[in-house]
Design a protein around this ligand. Structure first.
Ligand code: FES
Length: 149
């Protein structure tokens, strides 16, 4: 899945330069390279997949407890913008209530990234839509008051 798994230091520098040259901030590049929240949760309470108009796909895994997102992971088949956005957004929603996660805006995710190229803003939208879809699906399947108050 990850196309940076077997790269050496030289390649890494080249990738950093390339991304920086195309308008990615250091922070966004780190999210893209470190991929801290990339993966799956085997006993996830909710798994939701969404493919954007661009063809990129995200699959999110949520572990929920008492209406709160206890843990989250995401698999991304997509561009650096998609990967960076997804990593930042997962960091943002971890520990939040479902309501708080529903209130997260594209702008909130953008702030976590500092800067990504203008034409990559839709990668943020895809990320946010994936999160919202997952929570809505969970709520739909578990009634309107998931986890209780
Ligand atoms: Fe599809 Fe970035 S180009 S999410």
């Amino acid at each position: 899945m990850s196309h940076t798994q077997e790269i050496n230091e030289n390649d890494l520098e080249n990738i950093r330069e390339l991304l920086s040259g195309s308008g990615y901030s250091e922070k966004a590049i780190s999210y893209f390279l470190n991929k801290t929240s990339m993966g799956t949760i085997p006993d996830a309470d909710q798994v939701t997949e969404l493919t954007g108009d661009c063809g990129d796909t995200m699959k999110i895994y949520l572990k929920l407890e008492d209406g709160r997102i206890k843990d989250a992971k995401i698999q991304v088949l997509g561009c650096p913008g998609a990967i960076a956005s997804a990593m930042a957004a997962i960091e943002l929603i971890r520990g939040k209530t479902m309501e708080e996660a529903m209130a997260i805006t594209d702008r909130d995710i953008f702030r976590m990234l500092d800067e990504i190229p203008d034409q990559k803003q839709h990668c943020i939208r895809l990320t946010n839509k994936t999160i919202k879809k997952a929570i809505e699906e969970y709520k739909y399947e578990h009634g309107s008051n998931p986890g209780g108050e």
